[in-house]
Write a protein that binds this ligand. Structure first.
Ligand SMILES: [Zn+2]
Length: 62
């Protein structure tokens, strides 16, 4: 038996999992997982600032 990391209920055979920096957590339902995400502000894909690179080719004046 796997206990829900939010409400401690039985997660059943297929728990809802959530990858966190501290490990994988298990939840009994999508609602519990969503609440935990909201409380801890966990974003599935780590947000990274997008940096656009300067164009490599520069036009040279003749
Ligand atoms: Zn739960």
């Amino acid at each position: 038996m796997i206990a829900c990391d939010l409400c401690a209920l039985d997660c059943g055979k297929q728990p809802f999992t959530l990858e966190t920096p501290h490990g994988t957590l298990n939840f009994c339902c999508e609602g519990c997982r969503g609440i935990y995400q909201m409380l801890n502000e966990i974003n599935a894909p780590p947000a990274q600032p997008v940096q656009t690179m300067a164009p490599a080719t520069e036009r040279k004046k003749p």
